[in-house]
Design a protein around this ligand. Structure first.
Ligand SMILES: Nc1ncnc2c1ncn2[C@@H]1O[C@H](COP(=O)(O)OP(=O)(O)OP(=O)(O)O)[C@@H](O)[C@H]1O
Ligand SMILES: [Mg+2]
Length: 454
């Protein structure tokens, strides 16, 4: 193929999901089909409502409360041999885009064109059949990619060797850990010479050594003129592998160009996240006809909104919400994530309250206190969630507020726990105990072990 030929073309792709269905749905096509077969009626109804968008396709009504536009009018082209990074905050639509390109899910509107043999490596182990063994899955995947058995035979040892899971080759994949599944999936994808490789976050799993191996392999693959789309939150890998990057933001293409320029835009965007968000207008507030999130704040112990918290001080996370319809039970909670998108923890309103609900219509303000000397230094974000107990999701926002935890020199210097720089996402002050024994006693103890033992 000539290098200026187009390998991937996205034309005004939009994708709409109905809210409240996500929890029950499985992302992989295989699992969906299996569930579909297992309980026909329930699934039939669900699928019908999922794919019945007639009411919206005409208006593309973004404000409609029970639907979510995961992608909105996304267009771009990728030439044969290009290696393109796809970045964006959680929920930006990156995985949805790859799922559409690999035909796991159809776009609601718009079209995707792909020319060439595609191999996609989406969320952990997609495309693997859980009941088949590792060995069988290698053949199955290869066949799906249009390889003949002989071709797979020829590469089999190399694949297994790369994956490092040879001991488990004859074990069904459902018994694999997620790390093992990713190893095998990556090994297959990288060795079967697809013309187009779609990779989602694969490097987030696996140890550092395997991640490095994957990156090297991807570099090889891209140097062989393959077309690669690579979704990642790992900016160093993106800048190392991809000359071009597309930044997605709330379902749209926010920027597309040389990677170093796009990373600047992304980092600017990330910094602008603030310690307070208020939605004055009910209709634009996150939520639905049951409950709406009206404000969210990060506060100091004396109630000041702040985006810079001293490491020794408690931090209050305040959620202000308006309940519009009575509910017996609502789960009010949030998760705290760091810059690498690692979830540090989740906290639920039900954790310490003894009497919860019923929830009458009205305004509520709930505050959770994170103790001082718990979070490590760094930038953190809070993602609020509100659900009914039957897992119906009302509010599901990502990184609504952000703050920085820092240690001021004075506060640390004058306390007994002074130590300037520490690694880790948490920095608890643990209770230490140290026992002392004089050297002579210790020497005797060791020599006794030596003699008595072996
Ligand atoms: N099956 C689904 N049903 C309903 N909503 C969905 C479904 N899959 C994704 N969404 C929603 O679509 C939006 C885009 O999700 P997507 O998984 O594509 O984001 P992402 O950019 O891959 O995020 P992350 O960085 O967290 O992987 C999110 O708001 C998500 O909650
Ligand atoms: Mg994703």
């Amino acid at each position: 193929m000539h290098s200026s030929e187009i390998a991937i073309k996205a034309e005004h792709i939009s994708k709409c999901y109905r809210l409240g269905l996500k929890e029950d749905l499985h992302d992989t096509f295989g699992v969906s089909v299996w569930n579909f077969l297992k309980s026909p009626l329930r699934n039939f109804q669900k699928y019908r409502s999922l794919y019945n968008f007639d009411d919206m396709q005409t208006s593309q009504d973004n404000s409609s409360s029970d639907v979510l536009w995961a992608l909105k009018d996304v267009s771009f082209e990728v030439k044969v041999g290009e290696v393109v990074g796809i970045i964006g905050f959680n929920g930006a639509g990156k995985s949805t885009l790859l799922k559409i390109l690999s035909r796991i899910t159809p776009p609601t509107t718009g079209k995707a064109f792909i020319r060439g043999k595609v191999c996609s490596l989406l969320e952990v182990g997609t495309g693997f059949h859980p009941d088949l063994t590792g060995r069988e899955n290698v053949y199955l995947n290869g066949t799906i990619l249009g390889m003949r058995k002989k071709e797979i035979d020829g590469k089999f040892d190399e694949i297994v060797d790369f994956s490092g899971v040879e001991k488990f080759l004859d074990t069904p994949v459902k018994r694999y850990s997620s790390g093992m599944r990713v190893r095998l999936a990556f090994a297959v994808a990288a060795h079967l010479d697809p013309e187009i490789l779609l990779i989602d976050e694969v490097l987030a799993v696996g140890d550092a050594k395997f991640q490095k191996k994957c990156l090297n392999k991807m570099q090889d693959v891209s140097q062989q003129g393959r077309t690669v789309l690579f979704v990642s939150h790992n900016m160093p890998s993106i800048s190392r592998l991809c000359p071009r990057t597309i930044l997605l933001s709330t379902g749209g293409v926010m920027a597309d160009g040389p990677t170093h320029e796009i990373l600047d835009v992304y980092l600017q965007h990330e910094k602008s996240s603030k310690a307070e968000r208020v939605w004055q207008d009910l209709d634009s507030a996150p939520g639905d006809d049951v409950v709406r999130l009206r404000a969210m704040r990060v506060k100091t112990h004396d109630g000041q909104v702040t985006d810079n918290v001293d490491i020794n001080q408690p931090v209050g996370i305040e959620m202000e919400y308006e309940i519009l319809k009575p509910r017996d039970m609502l789960l009010i909670y949030f998760q705290v994530v760091n810059e690498e998108d690692i979830v540090l923890f989740q906290s639920f309103e039900t954790d310490t309250l003894t009497q919860i609900g019923p929830f009458k219509p009205g305004w509520y303000v709930s505050t959770a206190w994170i103790p001082g000397n718990f979070l490590g230094e760094g930038v953190l974000f809070v993602s609020p969630r509100i659900k009914s107990h039957w897992a119906e999701s009302h509010v599901h926002e990502r990184k609504v507020v952000g703050f920085q935890v820092s240690s001021s020199l004075e506060s640390d210097y004058f306390s007994a726990n002074f130590y300037p720089k520490r690694y880790g996402v948490v920095r608890p002050l643990l209770k230490w105990e140290t026992q002392f024994s004089p050297i002579e006693k210790r020497v005797v103890a060791e020599s006794m072990i030596g003699r008595g033992g072996i």
